[in-house]
Design a protein around this ligand. Structure first.
Ligand code: ZN
Length: 161
């Protein structure tokens, strides 16, 4: 069986920066199960897995445009402290959910704290960097009709509905 759209695929993986620093690995979080062809995972990794078989191992380097995008300076903003009721307790590195001007939720990271307010970065933490994956395919099966309709995996490693 070769991986194609509407297959449920389970992988072990290690994700590293270009410098060799481990960002994430299934050694700690367990294998990742996803529905192929539904953009459950970043496009660069999904494309690399198309056509691969059980127990295949691949190493792939994914550039930002096929992962979490480039960093955008426009997503870094200084916000006045009057906007934060608990300003005094807030710290650099903290993440919070804000609303964009168009009303969408956005996760931002506090990157600087000054007397007058906070500098918030709305870029994805992995934006702008190359991602180096070592991946092993550990199971492949056909998705159920329901999984295809929902666009995600049910049962083990997936959603509970
Ligand atoms: Zn579902």
């Amino acid at each position: 069986m070769k991986i194609q759209n509407d297959h449920v695929v389970e992988i072990n993986y290690t994700l590293k920066t270009d410098g060799g620093e481990t960002i994430d690995t299934s050694d700690t979080g367990g294998p990742l199960t996803y529905l192929h062809g539904k953009q459950n995972i970043i496009p660069g990794l999904e494309n690399a897995l198309t056509g691969k078989g059980l127990n295949d191992k691949i190493s792939v380097r994914v550039e930002p445009k096929e992962a979490y995008g480039e960093r955008e300076d426009s997503l870094i903003q200084m916000i006045d402290k009057s906007q934060f009721p608990n300003f005094d307790e807030m710290t650099v590195g903290q993440q919070l959910q804000v609303q964009t001007e168009s009303g969408h939720p956005l996760i931002v990271t506090v990157i600087e704290k000054a007397e007058e307010g906070l500098t918030l970065d709305g870029n994805h933490p992995l934006a702008g960097i190359n991602l180096n994956f070592d991946v092993e395919v550990i199971s492949i099966r056909e998705a159920t009709t329901e999984e295809i309709a929902h666009g995600h995996v049910h049962g083990k490693g997936g959603h509970e509905h």
